[in-house]
Design a protein around this ligand. Structure first.
Ligand SMILES: [Zn+2]
Length: 311
């Protein structure tokens, strides 16, 4: 295995508060042509509301956060699937110029994972993706029914993983979209407009009001991404979720912190525990308000808006 280069950040971590390390979580950076060192510089340079323990590229493994501390990498799952920042070590794989994890980077990650499994007595079943913690498509190896992930697990000797058990792509080979088109009826264009506003492509024709493969695929992906029933039928729950996301997208704004140090709490109130802190003059995006508190876009938690100015 490559020697670990330590470039510990003074920012972007918290205490494990007594939690033991139970999971190793794999990520990809999603950048194009970044290096482990680039990331160490970035996460060492200030509060980023995010981090990982390790960054790996073709040539280096760079450690940014001590294993004894929590990195900020899987907080978006809020522990829903049992994997938290406090009970995991996060490993980010850098990407090549196409934004993909190279074979070499993957091989380096595999070596690090093996050594950490040994060190903390972690079973292969607890080597997981960011996806397993929050359903975020990370590492972005989902395009072929997670085959690449399945292979990665097999290389670790995981005998429990079943080929393609985690299916994120529609398995149906739908060619006749009339059922779906009839179901959405005159709301098809509305559906497409909403999906497109949220970054789903709906094929190459934009919001043309015709329900075809592009719209179907985008709708299926949207339903998967947000934990809705994956049926390709745009019902009330799907529309409600679309409007909820659009509303939060439109109502976001930026604030600058005015207190010297401000607690970020897990909920909107001082009765919630502290997730992290932010500092004076830092700028954050607020995506939701509740009782004078604002939820940070990063997912880190809530801050009291009394100690901020809107910019
Ligand atoms: Zn990730």
């Amino acid at each position: 295995m490559l020697e670990i280069q330590k470039r510990l950040s003074a920012y972007n971590f918290s205490s494990r508060n007594g939690s033991s390390i139970k999971y190793l979580v794999l990520h990809y950076t999603g950048n194009k042509g970044d290096t482990a060192n680039d990331n160490a510089t970035y996460f060492g340079g200030g509060n980023r509301n995010a981090s990982a323990h390790y960054f790996i590229d073709d040539n280096e493994i760079v450690q940014v956060v001590e294993e004894s501390n929590s990195a900020w990498a899987v907080g978006d799952g809020a522990g829903e699937y049992g994997i938290t920042n406090r009970n995991s070590i996060s490993i980010e794989m850098c990407c090549n110029s196409d934004g993909e994890v190279s074979e070499k980077t993957e091989a380096n990650a595999l070596e690090l994972v093996k050594s950490l499994m040994d060190k903390y007595n972690i079973a292969t079943t607890n080597v997981v993706r960011h996806y397993d913690a929050s359903r975020k498509i990370c590492p972005n190896w989902s395009s072929n029914n997670w085959d690449r992930w399945v292979n990665f697990k097999k290389k670790l000797g995981d005998s429990t993983i079943v080929e393609n058990i985690v299916v994120t792509k529609p398995t149906t080979s739908v060619t006749d979209y009339s059922k779906y088109a009839n179901y959405v009826g005159n709301r098809c264009k509305e559906l497409q407009t909403l999906l497109i506003a949220l970054g789903y492509k709906c094929g190459g024709y934009g919001a043309d009001g015709k329900f075809g493969k592009g719209t179907y695929d985008s709708l299926i992906q949207f339903q998967k991404d947000y934990g809705l029933k994956v049926d390709g039928l745009a019902g009330t729950n799907t529309f409600d979720k679309l409007y909820e996301l659009i509303a939060s997208k439109n109502s976001s704004y930026k604030v600058k912190i005015t207190a010297s140090v401000l607690n970020v709490r897990k909920g909107a109130g001082t009765n919630y525990s502290i997730a992290t802190t932010v500092k004076k003059n830092e700028v954050y995006t607020i995506v939701e308000e509740k009782n004078g508190w604002g939820r940070l876009k990063s997912g880190a938690g809530w801050i009291s808006l009394s100690y901020t100015i809107r910019i």
